[in-house]
Write a protein that binds this ligand. Structure first.
Ligand code: SF4
Ligand code: FES
Length: 365
């Protein structure tokens, strides 16, 4: 079998060798850091994804060794394959930065600015992108899109106004479940996902659409309004699951499990798809074998909490028993009675509904 030829490509003055057929985006990811363009719709685990959002635009300043002419227009790096000797500019190109600012402005035309109440805040790719490329004001004077409400059952919440039509959830449903679950209906200003999704929510893997959604359009109802992600500590855990790999990240506060998600890599992509039972029904620490703190690679607000520090962070050994001659710890303090957050008699993570204002301390009377 002949070996695949390696192509040399230079991105932002850094040269890397990749097999023929690699996209510019994946070549840039091989270099890593800021050289890798942002990607709102491409998802390496989903076949056919990419080419929708244009956030990954780059400038090709030299086409190849054989034909060194630059490409006249910026290209979507997730859909353009490298050529031998190609030279690409990402953050070193003013044209790219200017275009990316424009793309973000377009994405925000219809996306509501409801980050303060959105469950995705703190881990939203559009929020990150807006901080880097957004403007404080808007030039848009028209009414934003509104939609008929779709009820996706008691586990998944759809906010169509937040959707950026990246199609990731459509591909996820299509490719994980083996049958068509839902799609993007209509076109242009009227385009929306859903309709058929209501009919197919019984699928064991449908919860993964929550993890692939780059914004807060699809969120976990069992976690809704219960906590902000930056107050939670992510830990890796696993269980012996007959349906999926059982490898997840738990989002805990104290010993309470508030949310269960799939583990995500440094590009924010799911490592292993998880089933609905692991995601929605296993909310006790006793359901899981804890492995240790989750390393959050992305420059997200969660990582800013410095909870999961550097590579090689280990779960500390339990010292209480050791220093108390094997005695088990007694409950020293009930966080709910002193936290001033939620009512002492209400455990937010155990509510089988979204939390609302009456569950919080200042709103009892
Ligand atoms: S709901 Fe989320 S994942 Fe689905 S198309 Fe919209 S933004 Fe993408
Ligand atoms: S990530 Fe390339 S177009 Fe969306």
């Amino acid at each position: 079998m002949s070996e695949q030829p390696l192509f040399k490509v230079t991105i932002d003055n850094i040269t890397v060798e990749v097999p023929a057929g690699t996209t510019i985006l994946n070549a840039a990811r091989k270099i890593g850091g800021d050289v890798a363009p942002p990607a709102m719709c491409y998802y390496s685990k989903l076949e056919g994804s990419g080419g929708k959002c244009r956030t990954c635009l780059v400038e090709v300043s030299k086409g190849s060794e054989k034909d060194p002419r630059p490409m006249p227009k910026l290209v979507a790096s997730c859909r353009t394959t490298v050529m031998d000797g190609m030279e690409v500019k990402n953050i070193t190109s003013d044209r790219v930065i200017d275009a990316r600012n424009g793309v973000v402005e377009f994405l925000l035309i219809n996306h509501p600015l409801d980050c303060p109440v959105c469950d995705q805040a703190g881990e939203c790719h559009l929020q990150d992108l807006s901080y880097e490329h957004g403007k404080a004001g808007t030039r848009y004077e028209f009414q934003r899109r509104t939609f008929k409400k779709h009820d996706l059952g008691d586990k998944i919440q759809l906010h169509m106004t937040r959707c950026i039509l990246c199609y990731r959830c459509v591909f996820t449903a299509d490719q994980l479940t083996g049958k068509r679950e839902h799609g993007v209906l209509d076109r242009g200003d009227h385009a929306e996902i859903a309709t058929y999704i209501e009919k197919n929510l019984d699928n064991e893997f449908i919860g993964n659409v929550i993890d692939v959604c780059p914004v807060g359009a699809l969120t976990d109802k069992t976690f809704r309004f219960k906590n902000r992600v930056w107050f939670l500590k992510p830990v890796d855990a696993h269980r012996d699951c007959p349906t999926c790999s059982g490898k997840v990240t738990l989002w805990n506060r104290g010993d309470e499990v508030y949310r269960v998600t799939a583990r995500k890599d440094q590009w924010g992509e799911v490592e292993d798809w998880i089933c609905n039972t692991c995601r929605f029904d296993k909310k006790q620490t006793s359901d899981w074998v804890i492995e240790g703190p989750r390393l959050i690679d992305r420059h997200s607000v969660i990582a800013q909490g410095h909870y999961a520090g550097t590579v090689g962070t280990h779960k500390p050994t339990e010292t209480f028993e050791a220093v108390h001659a094997g005695r088990q710890p007694k409950l020293l303090m009930d966080i709910h009675s002193v936290s001033e957050v939620n009512q002492a008699d209400i455990t937010l993570s155990k509510l089988d509904r979204p939390a609302h204002s009456t569950d919080f301390k200042n709103n009892k009377d």
